[in-house]
Unconditional design. Structure first.
Length: 370
């Protein structure tokens, strides 16, 4: 992984790619794309909300560089990340006679990045792909690392492919229109990087996060760069999640279970579920004797101080049962031989993977959240 002031490289040999972060980057997108694309045709798959707010700015920038553009919008929301939009997008690209050397651009949050990425990996067995993430969550997490895919009735992200983009372009200015609840939810993934690998970053966040989430672009630039840097390091070391990449799932085994039970209908956002899951991972680490109580308290206080609720009882989930949550946790993709792998903490800044988790204890912990 290499780094300059606003650029980080994900090192993956001949599939290495840059992550460029800048306020106002959208208006330079044409120039930035020039060296990366083989043909002049771009297929931009855009979230409907993002298209309405920022589409014309990107369109103008691409016009300036004389790109031929085909725009396709997708309704906002997690329910778009499924078979029906996947099929529709593949067929629209094929009907427009997309060629191997053409480029698909994902312009939106994590839903669009995962969906468009899987489409790009699939049509003609793979076309050029570029990410322009517009939510905080997508900018610090989902646009980097090449995991693409869709949800099925059996669960989240169970169908997909590892498919790396040719570049990730992050414009901080678009975050100005991101609803505050989405901003906070994305922030849960930022905290994750501090918790698993970088105590100093967590400390910095404790001091700066409130001001940063208030819209300070310099602080946001630092936090997004540091997050992408940690993600790039981890992905470069373990692209297909044989080991260390698993640490990025801190809070996700628990979180995905709550998300699935709430049905992806917007009542509980992915990042909110991750915050709940992170609190539970910290609490189980304490109860197993792996981490000091004061560390877990500090994590919880940090979330609460920003108004990011990590207590599931704050959400409308009275129908959720322990049995259903446990069932989801044993059906997660990371399950091997029926056993779930958990990410646990030994302190803030240090995480580890283990299967040696006491099921009864986890079940008690879950029941306390309902
Ligand atoms: N591939 C990965 O490695 C990875 C990692 C983490 C999460 N994910 C996936 O990411 C998804 C969640 O992503 P998300 O939180 O970005 O959700 P999202 O894509 O649904 O975006 C959240 C909301 O914000 C809106 N939005 C996005 N950018 C905006 C902007 N600049 N201004 C105004 N509104 C804007 C969208 O319209 C949407 O309503 C989940 O499906 C999750 O599984 C993938
Ligand atoms: Zn996540």
């Amino acid at each position: 992984m290499t780094k300059t002031r606003n650029e980080i490289t994900v090192d993956l040999g001949d599939r290495s790619y840059p992550i460029i972060t800048k306020a106002g980057l959208l208006s330079e997108a044409g120039d930035l794309l020039e060296p990366l694309v083989a043909s002049r045709r771009l297929f931009i798959i855009a979230d409907q909300n993002v298209y309405d707010l920022h589409g014309s700015q990107l369109k103008q920038a691409l016009d300036k560089s004389s790109f031929e553009q085909v725009w396709i919008t997708v309704p906002a929301g997690e329910s778009s990340k499924g078979w029906s939009q996947f099929t529709r997008l593949c067929e629209e690209l094929l009907s427009a006679r997309i060629e191997r050397s053409d480029t698909v651009i994902a312009f939106g949050g994590g839903v669009i990045g995962d969906l468009a990425g899987y489409v790009a990996a699939s049509v003609l067995r793979g076309v050029n792909f570029v990410q322009i993430p517009t939510s905080l969550l997508a900018q610090v997490d989902s646009s980097v690392g090449g995991k693409t895919g869709i949800n099925t009735p059996q669960g989240k992200n169970l169908v997909g492919a590892f498919y790396q983009p040719k570049a990730v372009f992050i414009d901080l200015s678009v975050l100005e229109t991101l609803p505050n609840r989405e901003l906070l939810a994305g922030y849960a993934e930022v905290v994750k990087y501090g918790l698993i690998r970088d105590y100093a970053f967590f400390e910095w966040l404790e001091q700066k996060a409130a001001e940063m989430l208030g819209g300070d672009l310099d602080l946001l630039q630092h936090a997004i760069m540091r997050s992408c840097e940690v993600k790039a390091e981890v992905v470069s070391a373990d692209e297909r999640e044989g080991g260390v990449r698993g640490l990025l799932n801190l809070g996700h085994t628990f979180g995905h279970a709550y998300e699935a039970e709430m049905g992806y209908d917007g009542r509980l956002l992915h990042g909110e579920a991750v915050a709940i899951g992170t609190r539970l991972a910290a609490e189980s680490s304490v109860r197993h004797g792996w981490m000091e109580r004061q560390e877990a308290t500090r994590i919880e206080q940090h979330f609460q101080s920003l108004g990011l609720n990590c207590d599931f009882s704050a959400y409308d989930g009275t129908h959720v049962t322990v049995a259903a949550l446990m069932d989801h946790m044993t059906r997660d993709k990371k399950v091997k031989g029926g056993q779930s792998t958990f990410v646990m903490l030994s302190r803030i800044g240090e995480a580890f993977l283990t299967k040696e988790v006491d099921k009864d204890m986890v079940s008690t912990l879950l029941s306390e959240t309902l």
